[in-house]
Design a protein around this ligand. Structure first.
Ligand SMILES: [Zn+2]
Ligand SMILES: [Zn+2]
Length: 104
């Protein structure tokens, strides 16, 4: 049953999160269907994955120095920078330490 094999191969894909095969119902579908096919393990993985992606997107939009609000110079790859310069980074660390010391 070669044809059936090919049909199976083109209409299903291995889920990168749980390793199970899911049925491809749209080109954008990358994992098991959250409500239909995904087991508990896959749902958890999808939750984590979605959150990580949302967080990354948010960080990219906010790629500005958390100390002085200047653009932090994120180049669109890897981790976004949190400070525009080492100066701001050190100033922020110092003020945090001072604040913690006061609170304690
Ligand atoms: Zn899955
Ligand atoms: Zn700064």
């Amino acid at each position: 049953m070669r044809m059936a094999d090919d049909a199976f191969r083109t209409s299903t894909r291995q889920c990168p999160l749980c390793g199970e095969h899911f049925v491809i119902t749209s080109r954008r579908k990358k994992y098991c269907d959250y409500y239909d096919e995904a087991g508990f393990e896959c749902q958890t993985a999808q939750d984590d994955h979605g959150e990580a992606q949302d967080f990354a997107a948010m960080m990219r939009v906010d790629a500005q120095c958390i100390r002085c609000d200047e653009p932090a110079g994120w180049k669109g790859q890897g981790r976004p920078r949190r400070y525009c310069s080492n100066r701001c980074k050190q100033a922020d660390y110092r003020s945090r330490r001072a604040w913690t010391a006061q609170a304690a």
